[in-house]
Design a binder for this molecule. Sequence first.
Ligand SMILES: *Cc1c(COP(=O)(O)O)cnc(C)c1O
Length: 406
Amino acid sequence: MRDPKSPQELSPQTLAIRGAQLQTEEMSHSEALFMTSSFCYESAEQAAARFERTEEGNIYSRFINPTVGVFEKRVALLEGAERGVAFASGMAAITALMMSLLQAGDHVILSRSIFGTTTRLFSSYLAKFGIEFTQVDIDRVDQWQAALQGNTKMLFLESPSNPLTQIADIAALAELAHGIDARLVVDNTFCSPVFQQPLRLGADIVMHSATKYIDGQGRALGGILVGNEADMEEVHMYLRTSGASLSPFNAWVFIKGLDTLALRMQAHDAATLELAHWLREQPGIAKVHYIGLEDHPQYRLAQRQQSGFGAVMAFAVEDAKGQASKQAAWDFINATQWLTITSNLGDSKTTLTHPGSTSHGKLTPEARAEAGIAENLIRISVGLEAVADIKAELTRGLAALGHQVD
Ligand SMILES: *Cc1c(COP(=O)(O)O)cnc(C)c1O
């Protein structure tokens, strides 16, 4: 097999295409898809050896499959991790992480601005098993510090945050966590390993919803955790027991997605930066929230810990009479012709959403205001269409609010 001998010397762009290749005796050039539930043995002796784990090898796709294995190894290489374990979805990965590494009596500190379903996992389910949590502002190291308790076992965050693109000082929080023997876990979905590698900044475990940029074309659900061998062994044993396994077919789709990940991320990023600069010059745009703008308070930190800013941003609109209302945001969204109205993100298709009545709709108005989710805020996940065409769509939105754009 012609595999890179020292993968750590290769750049991520190459590793995403060449890392952990799987060659069978058929010598197919593209990675093979092993769409099978189980594997067979040469003899009863071999079957016994596999089950005793005295012989490495395939057994059953709930916990081991060669196609899934390529995906796990490749993402681990990209993140600089010892090992990866893949799951049926991002949420399955997060659930497995908590179930395998936490126990009753443990305390976790969560960034307030994480994926809402992750918060619900803690408030509705883990709480029933005696796992407590505290929520803090992502960008306030002092709040993280003040929330530390004797039984704190994990700090969990997503950076940049959705939709306001606030970021965490990952190195500072890793130091805090390690001071009390807790783990720092980063949901790195928004940056993908192309723009941010949290383990290199001191984090212990990284999680991805592969459903987003790793697939990048809105086709398949999946998730992955990467970290050290000991932690991933625990996580893998939980996967073997609970069975939220990634389909080999989806793993194969993700492997194909990884081939173009670096190129796609660069294109997403460049388009978003251009749109951010353009948007804030337009009438009717009250504010643009994007970590890639020089006047974002955390711009310098982002430059230090990320190599790109990402493709999610939020902007606040007002109509020609100065009304900064939910109706203005809805009118703007409804006036576009083909941008997709959906809360999904990380797709080649550009999507628009009104956080105040969707992702953050269940919060009280006060809680929403505290989270910085204004009624007139729109989130855009910038896709790979021509920037000029996206601008024309956003111009239709502004025109519907009575603004003239030249
Ligand atoms: C979508 C998403 C998840 C959940 O992933 P699924 O694959 O939908 O289960 C977790 N974190 C972030 C940041 C996400 O965007």
